[in-house]
Design a protein around this ligand. Structure first.
Ligand SMILES: Nc1ncnc2c1ncn2[C@@H]1O[C@H](COP(=O)(O)OP(=O)(O)OP(=O)(O)O)[C@@H](O)[C@H]1O
Length: 331
């Protein structure tokens, strides 16, 4: 569905070259749901804009839906949907009419366009405002209308640039549900950019981590976690002496793991560590080291990013799961 080779884009700003995208090789098969994850300025939007023909590459090639983005841009555009970061909807029409017009422009019958517009309005929480003039909508409402515009013709390949930014948690959940349904019902191939860790984790089956214009990892969230970050196992003992002994002479099973000891607790960080816990407890029991409690924390994609780059995605302004208040729409 998508195949890029050494895709590169430079910008010149004040006579200096900004290497926004530095040789991306990406292959996306039909039906995949892929998230491009990276901090602000990593090159995600620039990549998406090249794939959607909005920006010519400086060098390298990209084929999208079977056509070259540079020489066959019209063919590409006919086959894709794109929801960018800006507002696409016109301002002097009513939201519902905008949607219907857009649907008709993509070849839907009037009845089908009306029905589809109604469906999207309901599922994106726009029922109460759909018949108002677009310019009177709040930023978040307009964002949801933009998303509906991009979805109206149920394209086979859909690109979404930071789709959740500006949405409150409820509408973000609705949007994610909508994206999942599109995929389940129509087999839509979906490529989205995000800097929300939870979005990449819960929505995408494949996460392409981008940093400084390059792909630095590309796998399922589960595999990224197991390859690039360890599970954190905290064992609590009755006595500090036991914890010290276990930390000093850990069972062979956890050899190579990072082990720290603090009071009555031993913290072990090990790849695939959760699976070791039952055997670990059996060994410790045999050694008469009584474990009082066990806690296992799976790594997040932020831990993965941290291990890959030495930096946290959160430092770059990404939101923590559940702490999305800062960017949400104010009703
Ligand atoms: N039109 C442009 N002119 C000059 N520089 C640009 C332009 N567009 C992007 N850049 C620069 O290219 C780099 C990559 O930007 P891009 O928008 O692709 O990042 P991003 O990963 O999408 O970030 P964000 O999450 O903030 O949208 C940044 O340094 C940005 O400042």
């Amino acid at each position: 569905m998508i195949e890029t080779q050494n895709l590169t884009r430079h910008f010149t700003v004040n006579k200096k070259t900004v290497e926004a995208v530095r040789g991306i090789d990406l292959r996306v098969e039909a039906g995949e749901m892929v998230a491009l994850l990276g901090p602000n300025g990593a090159g995600k939007s620039t990549t998406l804009r090249m794939l959607t023909t909005l920006l010519p590459p400086t060098s390298g090639t990209a084929r999208v839906a079977g056509f070259d983005v540079t020489t066959q841009d019209r063919e590409v555009r006919r086959r894709i949907g794109y929801i960018g970061q800006g507002n696409g909807a016109g301002h002097s029409q009513r939201g519902r009419d905008e949607l219907i017009t857009q649907g008709r422009a993509y070849g839907l019958s009037a009845a089908a366009a009306r029905e589809r517009a109604g469906e999207l309005i309901a599922s994106l929480g726009l029922t109460e405002v759909a018949d108002r003039i677009v310019s009177s909508l709040s930023g978040g409402q307009r964002r949801r209308l933009d998303i509906a515009m991009g979805l109206i013709h149920a394209p086979g390949l859909l690109f979404l640039d930071e789709p959740s930014t500006g949405l409150d948690p409820q509408n973000r959940a609705n949007l994610q549900e909508h994206i999942r349904r599109l995929r389940a019902e129509h087999g839509t191939t979906i490529v989205l950019t995000t800097h929300y860790l939870d979005e990449a984790d819960h929505l995408a089956e494949r996460v392409v981590v981008i940093d400084h214009g390059r792909i630095i990892a590309d796998a399922s969230p589960e595999r990224l976690r197991s390859e690039h970050a360890g599970d954190r196992i905290t064992l609590t003992f009755d006595h500090a002496e036991e914890a010290r002994r276990v930390a000093a002479h850990p069972p062979g099973l956890i050899e190579g793991a990072r082990i720290e000891h603090d009071g009555t607790r031993v913290v072990i960080e090990a790849t695939g560590g959760a699976r070791l816990v039952p055997e670990l407890l059996r060994i410790l029991e045999k050694e008469n080291s009584a474990v009082v409690s066990v806690e296992v924390v799976r790594p997040t994609l932020d831990d993965v990013f941290l291990n890959l780059t030495g930096r946290s995605l959160r430092e770059d302004g990404a939101d923590l799961p559940g702490t999305t208040g800062g960017k949400d729409e104010v009703a």
